[in-house]
Design a protein. Structure first.
Length: 226
């Protein structure tokens, strides 16, 4: 089984912290973010990870190489900005299994096994998003799904504080997800340009411990509590 990790972003929100080091190589509790993610993936039988790289690619390759934390590593370097969707489309040229996992390179998850997604994934699904419960949806936007897990709506960032389920940045895709990719451009967003137009997209709701380390205060929280 294979997986893609999106790790080519500029990480501008982290400022100096990630100016010379890809954020996926930042250390949390004695391990890099990449090591934590590989552990999640290895536990469900993933044997090969494609790093969708770009910014600081040479640093990433120099630190990680072709094998890391017991995982075979390959690269899908973007030569220009492709967005989340374009980066996945580029990396899918090296994907020959279905389904396959995709992870954002700046998230950490604890007390959860990706096997739950595999168990729930059924034929005919184009994709499944891991949806995590948070006490305040305002910074993220919200996923609304029905009793079967089928996604009904993506709500943009809210102005009122309330609990709800959000997109965790962990996906399980059938290769048919590519049928929803825009045909007229290389640079596009999964969140804006693909997900709203996929009819067979599902969410798995969970209360797993989840942290997005993409901003300084959340990185500090992860280092203190993860």
């Amino acid at each position: 089984m294979q997986a893609i990790i999106l790790c080519g972003g500029l990480a501008t929100r982290l400022g100096e912290t990630a100016k010379t080091l890809p954020k996926i190589l930042l250390e949390i509790a004695g391990k890099t973010v990449l090591e934590w993610q590989i552990q999640l993936l290895r536990d469900v039988g993933v044997t090969s990870v494609i790093l969708a790289s770009g910014h600081l690619h040479d640093v990433l390759y120099g630190r990680v190489g072709d094998a890391y934390a017991g995982m075979c590593i390959r690269y899908a370097k973007e030569e220009k900005r492709l967005g989340t969707g374009g980066a996945i489309q580029n990396a899918m040229q090296q994907i020959d299994t279905s389904p396959f996992f995709v992870l954002n390179g700046d998230i950490l998850i604890a007390n959860f096994s990706l096997r739950e997604m595999l168990v729930r994934f059924e034929q005919g699904m184009a994709g499944m998003l891991l949806s995590v419960h948070v006490p305040d949806v305002r910074p993220y936007g919200e996923i609304v799904s029905d009793g079967e897990g089928k996604i009904q709506a993506f709500r943009e960032k809210q102005s009122t504080r309330r609990a709800g389920y959000i997109n965790s940045g962990v996906y399980l895709f059938d290769q048919s997800i590519a049928e929803a990719f825009p045909s007229d451009r290389e640079n596009f967003s999964m969140e804006r340009d693909v997900f709203p137009y996929v009819s067979s997209l599902y969410a798995l709701e969970t209360d797993a411990d989840w942290i997005d380390i993409g901003v300084p205060e959340r990185l500090a929280h992860a280092r203190a509590h993860f």
